[in-house]
Ligand binder design. Structure first.
Ligand SMILES: Cc1cc2nc3c(=O)[nH]c(=O)nc-3n(C[C@H](O)[C@H](O)[C@H](O)COP(=O)(O)OP(=O)(O)OC[C@H]3O[C@@H](n4cnc5c(N)ncnc54)[C@H](O)[C@@H]3O)c2cc1C
Length: 404
């Protein structure tokens, strides 16, 4: 089910209202934007969200997965990518990064659709039992729109962990209007993104990129900008409050080499304000004012500002969707992992029930129970237990050979 349709004859109701909702009490939204129909949306691509996609895939359901992070893995990638995990059954030792990679390998046969750098902003009940979900991109979309996608989901799985990992904002007057055009939070310094920035800077004879931050992401972005061939004519400055950076030694060595060669300048200071010129209808960033280590006002010319001040989890809009919550945890039934709203399930660190343990192992169990309950809800019939060892149907879905 992947058709795009305009659900302009169905009603939008906040989740909280659905328990008591009658058709008459709902507000019709005649100008609702087009939405893509999906069977399952997973909110959060941490280990539990990924295993939910696996269990759904085994049952023939292709999931959509969204996350505010650019990559899958949740806490495993964001908080302890290179630290060891010893308590995943059957895997005596792996790092957070390796577990995330193995889970992605496991779900690959089911080709789930990943929406990176996307936060779920709204979940609205429809009169027909489905959920209309607003996915808000962090940057404008390629079509020049505001980066919003709408999905019409039959089931939703909230595997939001400790909250959406979102970049810490740089609080300077006027910065919001520049985000996605000249200001980027925690950019993904891959080839495609670099090429996009090179194209955006092509009109400038001597473009200037300023990276702000002192952690691994900041050093990585500055080194990548200085080394990338498509940005060869851009000057690169790394602005931080002190001349000390926290990153793996190989990255620090690369930074030192680029500084020594003059390709990259480290600027010590604290941002104060942005210098913006009117350029037709749009404001255009020209420079940043900062205070240097001696307390003096300084000016740093700047065509692009890449802000890497760290990432922190925020539960954000999730708390306002109207699902039953206690102490910022979703309440679930332990036989189905259904939430208080029909068709919405939850698993992993975001849920609470008597005896809950915040472990990946528990999350995998909860994800399995939730996916199976959702399949029964979608099909309206009991799900037969099949083993991946012996089931011909499961082998076909996994794309592996079945011994007849
Ligand atoms: C330092 C450390 C070490 C740990 N070591 C272990 C260990 O050894 N063994 C173990 O079992 N557990 C360990 N844990 C705990 C384990 O990491 C968590 O139990 C696990 O990550 C929970 O998985 P999850 O998928 O529920 O949530 P998360 O991993 O938190 O993933 C949730 C994802 O949802 C996204 N998200 C949230 N809200 C939204 C939204 N509205 N829109 C879009 N995306 C959203 C977030 O960005 C995030 O990527 C450790 C935790 C830490 C911090």
């Amino acid at each position: 089910m992947t058709d795009t349709q305009r659900p302009d004859t169905v009603s939008d109701t906040p989740i909280a209202a659905t328990a008591a909702a009658s058709a008459a009490s709902t507000a019709f939204s005649l100008d609702a934007p087009a939405a893509q129909e999906v069977d399952a949306l997973i909110i959060g691509a941490g280990p539990v969200g990924l295993f939910t996609a696996f269990q759904l895939g085994l049952q023939g359901v292709q999931a959509h997965i969204c996350d505010t992070l650019p990559v899958m893995g949740g806490q495993c990638i964001e908080l302890y990518a290179d630290k060891p995990i010893y308590d995943i059954p059957g895997i005596p030792l792996c790092t957070g990064r390796e577990l995330a990679a193995k889970l992605q390998q496991q779900i690959a046969p089911f080709a789930p659709i990943f929406h990176p750098r996307t936060q779920v902003a709204q979940v609205l009940a429809q009169g027909d039992g489905r959920w209309r979900v607003q996915l808000q991109g962090q940057e404008p979309g390629p079509d020049g729109g505001d980066g919003t996608t709408w999905l019409l989901a039959r089931t939703i799985f909230v595997t939001a962990g400790v909250g959406a990992f979102v970049p810490k904002q740089l609080r300077l007057p006027g910065i919001e209007a520049l985000v996605g055009r000249q200001v980027f939070y925690h950019p993904d310094p891959g080839d495609d993104w670099m090429a996009q920035q090179a194209a955006a800077l092509a009109a400038s004879r001597a473009p200037k990129i300023v990276v702000h931050g002192g952690d691994e992401a900041a050093v990585q972005a500055a080194v990548a900008a200085a080394q990338h061939p498509s940005l060869a004519k851009a000057s690169v400055a790394l602005l931080h409050r002190r001349d000390q950076f926290s990153a793996p030694q190989a990255l620090l060595d690369a930074l030192a080499a680029l500084r020594a060669s003059g390709r990259l300048e480290v600027v010590i200071g604290m941002p104060q304000s942005l210098e913006v010129a009117e350029d037709g209808a749009a404001a255009r960033l020209q420079a940043m004012a900062y205070i240097d280590a001696d307390g003096q006002d300084q000016r740093l010319p700047c065509d692009q500002l890449w802000v890497c001040q760290g990432i922190s989890p925020k539960l954000g809009p999730l708390l306002e969707w109207g699902l039953a919550i206690e102490k910022k945890q979703l309440q679930v039934a332990t036989d189905t992992f259904a939430t208080s709203a029909t068709g919405i399930y939850a698993a992993g660190d975001i849920v609470s029930y008597p005896g809950k343990r915040k472990l990946i192992l528990s999350g995998f169990y909860e994800a399995t129970m939730a996916a199976m309950a959702a399949i029964e809800y979608l099909r309206g019939e009991k799900l037969l237990l099949e083993y991946t060892t012996t089931s011909k149907r499961l082998h076909e879905r996994l794309g592996v050979s079945h011994p007849d």
